[in-house]
Design a protein. Structure first.
Length: 624
């Protein structure tokens, strides 16, 4: 407590008031940090129009901790609404906020005696800007914005005291001197005068003493051993005043001191030390005065940070075409014309983001299975839905034509694939850990975003896990879920379970090319278009053509290494037109072996014949 005088109280953090966002969800949605590790391309980078450092910190806190209680959310949204409708006030707020630095950290530094004189002097301007915000919001703000700062006190007296006490441009270091304004302390001014005007004082002393004694050769000097002295030659020894005190005898002169000169010497030699001591005392008095009001300043700083965040929301809403969401405690999420807030800012000039609707509820739209090719926009659709819900619950406008959001208690994501080599976990194990966390934690009021669950293992295993997981979410949890997958078999679940709906991402196919429309519509996709995507990515034509050939054989269960044909071993033209044996990738059906087995009649075969047949089969298998 003695080392942290600015810490007045500690309050418990009630996490029940915040939406649950686990680390996987924060990473997958790229809320404050992108997959590459930076801030570019994150939700924070899009929303951050804050001006003050504490506003930026609070914005990150809000994004990481969306609210789940309707009242506080609506208070924020109402304040944003007021600022969106008052452009002139928002501009004035931004200009005033630009005069406020890191008020929270500055008051902490002052209270713990770590702030420099220059930093302390800057507090006056920040407090004056805080009072200007109070006046502007009181005169032009709406009820919500006025309430933000009306509870924090004003600081005109403290700002005036700081300006009156400190010099106009104090140095960084207290030891440099010149920190306290002249006129504050008479003793300090006298010491400064002695220190700065010592030479002039010495010159005046020499002149006045020459006139008083009539000794024209009298001079005042200084050396490091004896200090200041008055030197008079032996010629004028009889004129030396009685109050002079002999200090040193030379060959042809005597050196003297006077009480006034000794006093001056004391002042000059110790002036810097006395100045530093006096300035330190006065500066500490000012610091204690500021620290006594640290709690009030912190309260004002919190209000300023909140205003900065809400003003940032308003600026983004106005410039990016966001709309006010309708929020309630219901179970519906109805987003019309929703857009991804980050991707739409990264598109090349001239391109626009394709908006999509998202309708989820606790009934027939509980789970939506989304199929479509890679690059078609399935993952973007999942993420934009999660981000729009998150934006609404931090009190921001949202990128959509309209949005009705029933408060969710958590957002869970299972997106992407990565190994955790340090812990010895494979891609699939990491995937299963994340899936297990979701089904063990989610509630009926959660929003679950799944992308390609089960793809880290064999196809049949993956389909089985994805199917069972979807059934469990539908029957046991009841959470609103978007599930993007390449497993088209999962589309059959819509006919079996009442809460599942199938969606697809539309594409248009022209010859060997595919055009992604990025439009999500009801229905199922029947192709993944992986080969076309590979061609778009720049794979050689020989590779993509061969892949198309292998795909055709796979789909007809006739996959072979060379050319096309039926299953099993087959003669085909080799190099130079000579026949070449072709072998199935999955093993051939050996017709001769089948004939040997089917030709044996167990009922009519003697034991010796059975042993002979068995020997022939073994010999054939060994030689083939």
């Amino acid at each position: 407590r003695a080392n942290l005088p600015h810490m007045r109280k500690i309050s418990p953090l009630n996490v029940s008031g915040f939406m649950t966002l686990d680390n996987s969800t924060k990473r997958n949605l790229e809320i404050v940090k992108s997959v590459s590790g930076g801030e570019e391309g994150t939700l924070f980078s899009v929303l951050d129009r804050t001006v003050t450092p504490m506003g930026g910190r609070l914005l990150k806190c809000w994004i990481n901790q969306p609210l789940r209680t309707l009242g506080p959310i609506l208070e924020r949204v109402d304040a944003v609404d007021e600022l969106v409708g008052a452009r002139a006030l928002t501009t004035e707020i931004g200009e005033t906020l630009s005069r406020i630095g890191d008020l929270e950290r500055l008051v902490a530094r002052i209270s713990t005696n770590r702030a420099t004189p220059r930093e302390t002097a800057s507090l006056a301007g920040m407090l004056e800007a805080s009072d200007m915000l109070r006046s502007a919001l009181g005169a032009k703000g709406g009820p919500r914005t006025r309430a933000l700062i009306s509870g924090s006190p004003g600081f005109p007296d403290l700002a005036r005291t700081i300006r009156d006490t400190l010099a106009d441009d104090p140095p960084q270091s207290l030891a440099s001197g010149g920190v306290i304004r002249r006129g504050i302390n008479a003793g300090l001014d006298e010491l400064r005068e002695a220190a700065h005007n010592g030479k002039e004082w010495i010159a005046n002393l020499q002149r006045t003493e020459r006139e008083r004694t009539g000794i024209s050769s009298l001079k005042v000097g200084y050396n490091g051993v004896f200090g200041y002295y008055i030197e008079i030659t032996n010629t004028h020894r009889e004129k030396v005043p009685a109050e002079y005190i002999r200090k040193q005898t030379l060959t042809n002169a005597e050196r003297y001191v006077t009480p006034g000169l000794k006093e001056f010497e004391e002042k000059i030699l110790n002036a810097e030390e006395h100045i530093l001591r006096l300035e330190s005392g006065l500066f500490n008095e000012l610091r204690f005065m500021i620290a006594a009001r640290a709690e009030e300043i912190q309260q004002a700083a919190s209000a300023i940070a909140a205003l900065d965040c809400l003003s940032s929301f308003a600026l983004v809403a106005s410039s990016s075409g966001y709309v006010r969401p309708e929020l309630d405690d219901g179970t519906e999420i109805v987003i019309r014309g929703g857009r991804h807030p980050v991707i739409e800012t990264l598109l090349p000039p001239g391109e626009t983001y394709t908006p999509n609707d998202a309708v989820l509820d606790a009934g027939t739209n509980r789970i939506q299975i989304i199929t479509g090719p890679n690059m078609s926009g399935k993952s973007s659709f999942l993420r934009q839905t999660g981000l729009i819900v998150l934006l609404a619950q931090i009190g921001s406008y949202v990128p959509a034509a309209s949005a009705k959001i029933g408060i969710v208690d958590a957002i869970f994501t299972r997106v992407g694939a990565s190994d955790n080599i340090a812990s010895g976990e494979s891609t699939f194990l990491v995937e299963m850990h994340e899936a297990a966390n979701i089904v063990n934690t989610a509630t009926s009021r959660s929003l679950i975003l799944l992308d390609e669950v089960g793809r880290g293992t064999s196809t049949f295993d993956g389909i089985s896990i994805a199917w069972a997981l979807t059934e469990y979410i539908h029957d046991a949890i009841g959470a609103k879920t978007l599930f993007a997958t390449h497993y088209h078999e999962l589309n059959e679940m819509a006919a079996l379970l009442p809460g599942i709906q199938n969606l697809k991402v539309d594409v248009r196919e022209y010859g060997n090319k595919v055009i992604f429309l990025h439009k999500v519509t009801p229905g199922t996709a029947d192709h993944s278009y992986g080969i076309q995507v590979g061609r778009m990515a720049g794979l050689p034509e020989e590779v993509t053509a061969r892949a198309a050939e292998i795909l055709k054989n796979l789909e007809s269960s006739e996959l072979i290494v060379h050319g096309s044909g039926t299953a099993g071993r087959e003669a085909g033209p080799g190099p130079g037109g000579t026949p070449e044996t072709q072998m199935s990738l999955f093993g051939a059906r050996d017709e001769k072996l089948r004939e040997m087995i089917s030709g044996a009649d167990p009922d009519a075969t003697t034991p010796m014949e059975a042993l002979r047949i068995l020997a022939e089969l073994k010999k054939y298998v060994s030689s083939s």
